[in-house]
Structure formats: structure tokens, C-alpha cells
Design a protein around this ligand. Structure first.
Ligand code: PEP
Length: 258
């Protein structure tokens, strides 16, 4: 089996302006270094608002911090008359290495479809950004027992048509919608059930090697107190963290879950 480097990604959502971002990134770096965090063993990434990215780049590149950073969304287009949109090319120029696509808040509040999420995933890969593809079921789907089928349909939409060589570089985040920002966390077994089904599907649609290499995150009310049990699951390779990622203390504790 491939060794998959665990990834802890902090989705700040629409929180923290560029001054607050600078402050948080510095404190997070100090806190992790202080605790002798091995960044090669557990990768740490922050996803600030677009307007913070230049400041975060200056800090990370200037001070040679080991934190990675990326954006919370991108356009499926490269450039042109798309008012308000941000291209993957611009993000790459700012030194981003990751970008979230298809977050449930984008799907629910901005009407993003599976087709659009697939197009954004392709745009990210084109610009050599690692897409963190978010999938997950709403509460009524889980209550109907259809959660695995629902998530696999979302995965299928993204993977269909992708070259096998690119699939291994994806990150897929399983984020049950009912657990995001609610304090309601899926059990480790719930996370494992869906992540294992995703890995099997990646093997079917791509190759066994890609399935072995692809990193699967769990997201939904991850906190310092529940991260270790979720990370103990075989197919969970990290966490996508919302609320707790804008607290240095909590996010640093999550990154040092071992
Ligand atoms: C998220 O926004 O991706 C998320 C998982 O949020 P929270 O951790 O606050 O549930």
C-alpha cells in the first residue's frame, strides 16, 4: 500500500481579513514549530479568502514557512468576461498549491452542479493546483440510507473523463452536509464507510494504484477532541476543518492529533 501523507486543511470560509490572516498564519506556524511539528509527516494547509492570499504568500515565501495555502474556489474558465470570478492561473501565480472545489456551501448557496464541480476540478489540474473535491450528502439522504450512492454519484461526475495519471493527485473530502458547522460529527465508522466506498470507486474508474494514492479527508465539525478517532480509520487520510481552523490553538491541536 502507498504511504499517504496525512493532510490537515483549514477552510477559513469568509472569515479573517488580510491583516488577521497574517496574524493567524504566523501564530499557527510558531505554535506548530514550538511543538516540533513534522510538516513532512502531516501536511498543513490553510484556505483563506482570496483577498488574503497575497499577504499569506508574502509571509509563507518570505519567511520560508512550511505551511501550504490555497483558495476556497476557482472559476472553470482561464480568463475573460466573468465578472467576480477568479482563475486558477491567478491562484497558481500567487503560489497556491491547493483549491477547494464543490464545497457544500457552494453547491447549496451558489447552485453549483456536479458538472460545474467537474469543470472546476479540470481547471484546477490544468493550473497544477491540487483540487480538494468536496462531496457529501444532506441529512434527508442519510436518513433514507442513500448516502453512499449519493456520494459515489458526485465522485463519478468528477472522475469520469479524468486521466488516470491525474486521479492519484486528487484530494477528495467527504463532508456530510448535516455535520458541517453544526457540531454534529459523523462517527469514525460513518467516515470510514464512505471513504472506503470512495476508494473502491476510484479503483473501478481509474486504477488500483490511483485508489491507493488518492487522499481522502473527512470534514464536518472536526475538533481537537474527535480528530484522533477519525484519523485512526484506515481510509481517512486527513481532515478538512472549518470553524476550528480559525482558532490557532484548536487547529494546531488538530494538526498534532497523533
Ligand atoms: C467545512 O467548512 O468544510 C467544515 C468542515 O466546517 P466545520 O469544520 O465548521 O464543520
Amino acid at each position: 500500500m502507498t504511504d499517504r501523507t496525512p493532510l490537515m486543511a483549514g477552510n477559513w470560509k469568509m472569515n479573517l481579513d488580510h491583516l488577521q490572516a497574517t496574524h493567524l498564519v504566523q501564530k499557527l506556524d510558531w505554535s506548530l514549530r514550538d511543538a516540533r511539528h513534522d510538516f513532512a509527516a502531516v501536511e498543513v494547509v490553510v484556505l483563506p479568502p482570496y483577498t488574503d492570499l497575497r499577504s499569506v504568500q508574502t509571509l509563507v515565501q518570505g519567511d520560508k514557512l512550511e505551511l501550504g495555502y490555497g483558495a476556497q474556489d476557482l472559476s472553470q474558465h482561464d480568463s475573460g468576461a466573468y465578472t467576480g470570478e477568479i482563475s486558477g492561473a491567478f491562484l497558481a501565480k500567487l503560489g497556491c498549491s491547493y483549491v477547494a472545489v464543490g464545497h457544500s456551501e457552494r453547491r447549496q448557496l451558489h447552485g453549483e452542479t456536479d458538472e460545474l464541480v467537474a469543470a472546476k476540478t479540470r481547471a484546477a489540474l490544468k493550473h497544477e493546483l491540487v483540487p480538494i473535491v468536496c462531496v457529501g450528502e444532506p441529512l434527508e439522504v442519510r436518513q433514507a440510507g442513500e448516502h453512499v450512492a449519493h456520494v459515489l454519484a458526485q465522485v463519478d461526475a468528477v472522475l469520469t473523463g479524468l486521466d488516470a495519471s491525474t486521479v492519484s493527485g486528487l484530494v477528495i473530502a467527504y463532508e456530510p452536509v448535516w455535520a458541517i458547522g453544526t457540531g454534529e460529527v459523523a462517527t469514525p465508522a460513518d467516515a470510514q464507510e464512505v471513504c472506503s466506498a470512495i476508494r473502491t470507486r476510484v479503483a473501478e474508474l481509474s486504477t488500483g494504484d490511483s485508489a491507493d494514492a488518492v487522499r481522502l479527508l473527512y470534514g464536518g465539525s472536526v475538533k481537537p477532541g474527535n480528530v484522533a478517532s477519525i484519523m485512526a480509520e484506515e481510509d481517512v487520510d486527513g481532515a478538512l476543518v472549518g470553524g476550528a481552523s480559525i482558532s490557532v490553538e484548536d487547529f494546531a491541536a488538530i494538526c498534532r492529533y497523533q
